[in-house]
Design a protein around this ligand. Structure first.
Ligand SMILES: [Zn+2]
Length: 325
């Protein structure tokens, strides 16, 4: 996939730290919307979308925090693995929700005790088509956590991407990393982008477990949605990526101190540089910090991959993921 997509590390604009999947007391979260907004603002976020289950929470933007109306909605699976198996997507930039989205009512649920409900569209494509009528942006939510089959999402129309890393799912039961689904879609030739989120319900445990850095032309809802639509972003649960540059024979990555930088591709292909035990050099370390961790590296890559994306791993094992280059 050689793309003419702008490189988010080279275009103008600013980096905005975004919380794109969060819950408030409007569904099954534990903080009211305006208190939740205060918490994200104080934690240094620039953008918050409260994505309650089948409800639109209202939290006005402040001078420092841009809020974007969103929700977490559901769709029917073709071949559920078990009865009423949930499947969800995230949507941002909406102004209403459909009373009857048209899915199988046997899959709808209402949980008064936990204050959430789920309705479904007949498919992910139906959900995305509804969202498109408002210019809203759709990413599939936590496919590993929901145990989706790749067949349930790989040919969906109108989705911009996939929630690749969900911090609270990772904490809850180790099912937060959906990279396998992402790679399957990318290897099939689809252009889909990734996000990382905290899926916060309990701020004490979950706020800031992962986030998405969006390169936006300006600090507005339209600019953030546009960046998400076109993959002008990367996501992380720790490290920062400062730049990624395509050069003859590979890519050059600059990042916060890392023990490993990988370039992942289709099939079993890929390269990495790393330090420490088993340190491997399929490329070259170009700069390190005072502790021998990598801050700049060259990674080999054949000239015509189906896709390529970068993962930076820091000393603690936390990661930052680029979109396909
Ligand atoms: Zn959620």
């Amino acid at each position: 996939m050689s793309t003419n997509r702008p490189n988010p590390f080279e275009v103008g604009g600013e980096w905005l730290k975004c919380a794109l999947h969060t819950h408030s007391t409007v569904s099954d979260g534990t903080l009211p919307p305006h208190i939740l907004a205060n918490a994200y603002e104080e934690a240094g976020f620039d953008v918050l979308s409260i994505t309650d289950h089948w409800r639109i929470a209202e939290a006005p933007s402040t001078d420092r925090l841009l809020t974007i109306p969103g929700a977490e909605l559901g769709f029917d699976l073709r071949k559920p693995a078990y009865p009423r198996q949930p499947a969800e997507f995230l949507v941002w930039g909406i102004d209403h929700l459909p009373e009857d989205p048209g899915g199988d009512k046997d899959n709808w649920m209402f949980n008064a005790e936990e204050n959430w409900e789920a309705r479904t569209f007949p498919s992910l494509s139906h959900g995305a088509a509804w969202a498109a009528t408002m210019g809203a942006v759709v990413y599939t939510a936590h496919p590993y956590w929901n145990q989706l089959s790749i067949d349930d999402i790989i040919d969906a129309d109108g989705i911009a991407g996939i929630e690749v890393f969900n911090g609270s799912a990772e904490e809850e039961d180790g099912r937060g990393d959906s990279s396998v689904w992402w790679d399957a879609m990318l290897a099939s030739g689809k252009t889909v982008f990734g996000i990382g989120t905290d899926d916060q319900h309990y701020p004490l445990f979950e706020l800031g477990l992962a986030w998405t850095m969006v390169r936006a032309a300006e600090r507005t809802q339209e600019a953030v949605l546009d960046a998400l639509r076109h993959g002008q972003s990367y996501f992380s649960n720790g490290p920062s990526i400062h730049s990624i540059e395509s050069v003859e024979g590979g890519v050059i990555v600059e990042c916060s101190p890392a023990r490993s930088i990988r370039l992942q591709r289709e099939h079993e292909h890929g390269t990495n540089v790393s330090v420490g035990r088993g340190g491997r050099r399929m490329g070259a370390i170009l700069a390190t910090d005072g502790n021998g961790l990598i801050t700049r590296a060259f990674l080999d890559c054949d000239p015509n991959p189906v896709y390529r994306r970068v993962v930076v791993v820091d000393e603690t094992g936390a990661r930052a993921w680029s979109n396909p280059l």
